[in-house]
Design a protein around this ligand. Sequence first.
Ligand SMILES: Cc1cc2nc3c(=O)[nH]c(=O)nc-3n(C[C@H](O)[C@H](O)[C@H](O)COP(=O)(O)O)c2cc1C
Length: 364
Amino acid sequence: MPELFSPLTLRSLEIPNRLWMSPMCMYSADDADQRGRPTDFHLSHYASHAFGGAGLVMVEATAVQERGRISPWDLGLWESSQIPGFQRLVAGIRQGGAVPGVQLAHAGRKASADWPGGTGAALSYEQGGWHTIGPSPVAFPGYPAPQEMTAQDISEFIEDFVNAAQRARQAGFDVVEIHAAHGYLLHSFLSPLSNRRSDDYGGDFTGRTRLLREVITAVRGVWPDHLPVMLRISTTDWVAEDPTRQEDSWTVEDSIELARDAYELGVDLIDASSGGLVPAKISPETDYQTSKAARIRSEAQGHVAGVGRISEATVAAELVSSGDVDAVFVARQLLRDISWPNQVAVALGASPRHIPQYGYAVGG
Ligand SMILES: Cc1cc2nc3c(=O)[nH]c(=O)nc-3n(C[C@H](O)[C@H](O)[C@H](O)COP(=O)(O)O)c2cc1C
């Protein structure tokens, strides 16, 4: 079985290790004109995490449409003037020896919000908020109901997703991740809790997964053949696991079936997260998500990354060496300790990231 600090090759891309930085919104885009552009903060932040030893640095949820931002401070790739700022991030991440990736997203019915460090609440129009869109006019609790997307909205959304992927490549990213988790637009099409459509994009499993399958096909069509496409999903809405709830929801079994389709359409790795569509009770177990990732890997037979509550070297190492997952994404532990991947490498007897200028530290 591979080790945490062995490389992983997806298509022709070699990722130097399997401990990766999970996408994390920083809500720090240039707030003078709120055009979704990266700032010096983002450059320092992402480059530092690359120096810290993460094999892949996944840049935070980046909006494919202006109205797809979670908050006015999100990053975006909905217009070409945004590309140069991302080119700088890519250069910084490469300087630190990591592979640069970017997560492309649309917040759907959870857009137009204050950032969590603020109130996290929906923004009114007076506060700079905007109309949101979704599969059906079903509100996320506490937010206004979104406008039901028309057939034209759907085709524009797919086109904008593809254009953003092309801009991501122009910026130099090697990996693109499609964000279909956490209750945002693509997840809200998957789940019967938020998708009440009666057209081709709703109804049964095939209808509810259609939009995501079309987005995967379209993105794969423009992303270079030699480079990987990743897909983040919520493996469950945490409703089916609650014996007090009877509603139809998105389940682990649905995720396994979707994963099989996704691999066939050219997705190279499933990033298995969970929840976010509706308020729900989430299991307190440490393996609350990684156990579901392991099921996808064994039952759908493709590459999978696990994520969630990973903050110990031995846990990260065991997840990979046991064959449960191919790699781990880590979020909060990297905010606590920016060089955690290097510390883990040393603890496991592997080599930390080699930065020639840091060679003075070797040999005491
Ligand atoms: C500050 C913060 C921002 C986040 N932003 C994103 C995001 O942009 N996209 C995403 O898919 N997940 C996002 N997440 C979720 C993380 O990527 C990760 O899945 C989650 O925090 C669980 O991992 P952890 O226990 O290692 O923190 C965010 C989490 C945090 C703490």
